[in-house]
Structures are given as C-alpha cells and as structure tokens.
Design a binder for this molecule. Structure first.
Ligand SMILES: [Zn+2]
Length: 413
C-alpha cells in the first residue's frame, strides 16, 4: 500500500479495529482478564525514513490510529488495555517522547511525538492461535510536511465522524505539550552597501541570498526545522547584528552562507569554517579580514573584536559548543562529498570569523564555492546546482541534528 492510498488505510484500520472488537470481547470472556501490554516484547524503531511500532499484547484489542499536526504526533488508542509500568523500548531518535494514559471510556491512549512527519502505511494485528497473544504492527513512512498536514487534518475529521467513543466529551485527553522545532538560522553573507565578491556583473550577496531562500524552502518542507534568516532582502546587516538576530530567533544552529573570491588559484570547491583563534591557512585569514572590513566600511566599530573572539574561545560554554560546531562542519562536508559535489582539498577549516563567535549555538561559515574560480562560478549561477546543494546540506543537517541530540541526551544523563 503506497502512501497515496493511506486514506484507505485509515478506513481499513477502523474496520479492522471494529471487527477485532468482537473478537476481543470473546477473548476477555474466555480469559476473564484485561489485556496487558507486554513491554519487553514491544518495540518502537525509528529511522529517518521509517517508523515501526510493534506492540505485544496479552490478548487482541480493538485499536485506532490518528495523526496530529504541529508538531507531528501519532495517537494510538487501544480498547481496554492496561499499559503497566514499563515504557515501550525505543531505538532511534525520531521519537521525542511517548506518553500514555487511560481515557475514562475504557480506551487506553499512547501519543508519540515524532521528530519528523511520518504517515501510516500499513497497520495489522496478528494473533498467535497458540498463546492467544496479539501483536499490533504499524509501519509509518516519512512524507513531506505538506502531505502530512493535509492528511493529519482529514484523518482527524474522518475519525471524529466515525467514532464518537474516541472523542468522548468527558474523556480527559492526555496533556499534549507542543514540542518546539529546532531553529536553523541562515545567514546570507553581505548585502546592501556590501555586495561581497563580484564577477561578470554577478554579486556574492545576491547569489547567497538566492541560495538561502532555496535552502529555507527545502528545510521547511522536511517538517523538522524552523528557519529564520538574518536578512531576506538586499540590505546591510552588521556581523554582530546577524548574531543578535540569531539569538532573537532562539536559533539552535547558525549557518553563514558565502561564495567569496580569492586571489587567482587560491581556492575552489566548498569549504566549511568554524571559529578558531588562528586561521588554518592564508585564505581563511584573508576571508575573515575581508568580512570584518565590510563592517568597518559601514561604520561599525570593531575595536576589541580580536579580544572578544579570544574571550569566547576561552569561555567554559565554548568547550561544549566547539565540538558541536566541528561535528556540524564535518557532517556538512561529508554530505557534500558523498553527493559528488566539489569540495576544497581541505574542506574543514577554521578562522577568526566575527560572525561565528556566538558561544551559545554551533555556528559555521560555508563557502559554497568561490566566485573567483570559473568552474565554481558556473555552479553558483546554476539553479540545478542550488537545488542539489540545498538538499545535500539539509540532509547533512538532519543527520547531524539527530546525532547531536542523541549525544546531548547522553551528556545530560
Ligand atoms: Zn563572503
């Protein structure tokens, strides 16, 4: 059953649940006991593309599913089930939380906060004729956010019409806490009086703004991230103003986007920079200085800038942020390399980039390519290349975020 037929799947699930309802009554008569969750034999397995829920039960029960949007949630209702004490073991990071409770009309409810939009593809309940135990097997597939939101609404309406019991007016629904999506701050470099690099009538400030808008689209479509931008027009924003904008948006990560020019032969291919006190090579020093100079020309006082970067690098908070920024840079570079897009021969570098000095969020500066290199320039002007690069960076960001959150969770334990 493909996702497009999933609406049919919902009907199937409801029909199945109603059919099994009759069976469950028999089973209860026979066993004289309430169905229990067998937590040890149950499992929730999540990957980036697929989510499997496998619930082992002491006997079959009627069940119903629905999905809710903003944030994406899967609601599983099972009739007269005792959840017991133990949670269902989970693997993968695509499920942020599982909550369980009992509704007053006898339904037991489980709500899974999904880190991404997944929709039910198949749902079945298997009954072991020997033991009388049952297994509910749900398979959900990752879908674009638009598709999820459309279906989430229609399913809710559909089920509300077909099942009064589910939406019993007196039922104390479990408290649903809206999970906050991580915020990606995109920072298209330059703008306004500072066009950045210029070649053949093309300006870096325009190229990176175009690219940032495409990347924003791609990221939002995934339904995992929220996206904010330091500028969405051809305007000048100071380097500090960019960090302030990220803080105001409560950004979880900061991606500065550039496509600079370097003296002939110095660089081609993508480079991702992190903050460091010493430039990893001459081009890093040149670029950091050039970006600061644009601020100076616009009348921004950069006195004490070097001290400020030194202070950040010495701070306690930086000890947490630095490895996260480094792994973010490595993840992006790995993604670009695996996609066969052109990387610089030293693709992860560091330098004293003022715009990367926020201590409270991992920040990287991506030189998508160099306008000074003819092959890079052709790519930077090619809409197909933009689209591919945006997908590649979004993939890499997603992989990194899941790993990063898993590591953060471990650190908190
Ligand atoms: Zn630049």
């Amino acid at each position: 059953m493909r996702i497009s037929g999933a609406l049919r799947a919902v009907w199937t699930v409801i029909a199945l649940a109603l059919l099994l309802g009759a069976g469950a009554v028999h089973a209860q008569d026979r066993l004289g006991a309430q169905a229990r969750l067998l937590a040890d034999d149950s499992r929730i397995t999540a990957s980036r593309t697929q989510l499997d829920v496998d619930l082992a039960l002491s006997q079959p029960v009627p069940y119903r599913l629905r999905v809710l949007a903003a944030p994406p949630r899967l609601v599983i209702d099972l009739n007269t089930l005792d959840w017991g004490e133990d949670p269902v073991p989970q693997s993968g990071t695509a499920i942020a939380a599982q909550r369980r409770g009992h509704l007053s009309d006898g339904w037991a409810r489980m709500v899974l906060d999904m880190a991404a939009p997944y929709l039910p593809e198949t749902a079945e309940q298997k009954i072991d004729p020997e033991s009388g135990e049952a297994r509910i097997l749900l398979r959900l597939k990752r879908v674009p956010l638009e598709e999820f939101e459309q279906r989430a609404h229609s399913e809710e309406a559909l089920i509300a019409r077909t099942s009064e019991a589910l939406l019993h007016p007196d039922a104390p629904a479990p408290q649903l806490v809206a999970a906050r999506r991580p915020v990606v701050m995109l920072d298209p470099g330059h703008g306004g009086i500072d066009p950045g690099a210029e070649r053949d009538g093309h300006r870096e400030s325009d190229i990176v703004l175009d690219f940032a808008r495409i990347l924003r689209e791609v990221l939002l479509r995934r339904g995992i991230f929220d996206v904010a931008m330091t500028r969405d027009a051809d305007v000048f924003v100071s380097l500090d103003g960019r960090i302030r904008a990220a803080r105001a948006a409560q950004a979880d990560m900061f991606l500065s986007l550039h496509a600079d020019a370097l003296p002939e032969g110095m660089a081609s291919g993508t480079i991702v920079y992190t903050l460091g006190d010493e430039a990893s090579d001459d081009s890093a020093a040149y670029l950091a200085e050039r970006h600061d100079r644009a601020d100076m020309l616009a009348g921004v006082d950069l006195a004490g800038n070097t001290d400020e970067i030194a202070r950040v690098l010495m701070s306690v908070a930086w000890q947490d942020t630095a490895p996260r920024a480094k792994s973010l840079a490595e993840s992006l570079v790995t993604g670009v390399g695996e996609a066969g897009l052109r990387l610089h021969r030293r693709p992860v570098q560091s330098g004293a980039f003022t715009v990367l000095r926020a201590v409270d969020m991992p920040s990287v500066l991506i030189e998508l390519g160099f306008m000074s290199n003819p092959r890079d320039l052709a790519a930077l002007l090619d809409p197909d290349w933009h689209a591919q690069m945006a997908e590649v960076l979004a993939d890499a960001l997603e992989v990194w975020w899941q790993e990063d959150q898993a590591l953060q969770a471990l650190r908190r334990q």
